[in-house]
Design a protein around this ligand. Structure first.
Ligand code: G
Ligand code: G
Ligand code: MN
Ligand code: NA
Length: 249
């Protein structure tokens, strides 16, 4: 059967799960929250990576419902975390363009009781590329409520700098391909420059895919705000993440 057909049934059969990957404040050495990462536990296909099913869900439009489920689930989980801990949720372009996105976020917050300033929405620049006036309006409305906006996979697409001027962004997440190559002089120069850019703009910079102490050390010296990656923690089940967050709250 085609993946696309299975996806819709999978949602009603509750085969989707969220794992949570911790995010470190490099300066304080404390975990400040986590990013929700979707998984599909399919009886016939095994554990399917989002890289394999999100594009299919985007094509069929199911991503709107699936993303809404993830948003509600993530907010409910975070509502039980110690205060101050933030939850980051990935959002597809199709979700924002679907119309009811702001309402959907407001509803997830209200239903869970999670304060808006503890929710962070991770968007990629594909969200900003077309219908940008409508997208800008939606993002501005959410930000007005206190929701934070993070620009995900920064550095991998087109003209990210223009979007930083036009859209309300609270955080830049440097794509993990840059962190992987931090031992290259040119890559290190780019990463240091992005960190400096964030500082100038008053935007938090998070490095993704941090796997080694050497990478974290370099990022700390460069003044990077936050780090995420296998060195800090692999994606974990909700109960394990909750335990981790409580242990240092
Ligand atoms: O967990 P990780 O390997 O494999 O995630 C792969 C990609 O899938 C990441 O780029 C991430 O942004 C995306 N992703 C994970 N969870 C979600 C989600 O809930 N919604 C959307 N739109 N993308 C997600
Ligand atoms: O939203 P985004 O595309 O950035 O999702 C993060 C993805 O990166 C997830 O698939 C997650 O499993 C993966 N990931 C998280 N930490 C690391 C890491 O340290 N190294 C690598 N290679 N992948 C990571
Ligand atoms: Mn992300
Ligand atoms: Na990313």
């Amino acid at each position: 059967r085609a993946l696309e057909l299975d996806l819709e049934a999978a949602l009603s059969k509750r085969e989707f799960e969220l794992d949570f990957q911790p995010i470190l404040n490099i300066g304080s050495g404390e975990i400040v929250g986590a990013e929700a990462l979707m998984r599909w536990r399919s009886p016939s296909r095994g554990l399917v990576s989002p890289e394999n099913f999100i594009p299919a869900a985007e094509e069929t439009g199911l991503i709107v419902q699936l993303g809404d489920w993830a948003l509600r689930k993530a907010c409910s989980v975070a509502a039980h975390w110690p205060p101050e801990m933030r939850m980051a949720v990935n959002v597809s372009a199709a979700q924002i363009k679907s119309g009811g996105f702001a309402r959907s976020v407001i509803s997830a917050l209200a239903f869970s009781g999670l304060p808006a300033n503890r929710l962070e929405l991770e968007i990629t620049e594909t969200v900003m590329m077309d219908e940008s006036d409508a997208v800008l309006k939606t993002l501005s409305q959410l930000r007005g409520l206190g929701v934070r906006i993070a620009l995900d996979d920064f550095g991998t697409g087109y003209s990210s700098l223009g979007y930083l001027r036009r859209f309300p962004v609270d955080k830049i997440k440097i794509d993990r391909s840059f962190i992987r190559d931090l031992d290259r002089r040119d890559t290190a120069a780019i990463v240091r420059t992005v960190i400096g850019l964030g500082a100038e703009l008053g935007i938090t910079v998070t490095a993704e895919g941090v796997e080694t102490e050497a990478q974290l050390d370099m990022l700390r010296k460069a003044g990077c705000g936050e780090a995420q990656g296998y060195l800090i923690g692999v994606p974990a089940k909700a109960a394990d993440m909750s335990r981790l967050l409580r242990s240092q709250a």
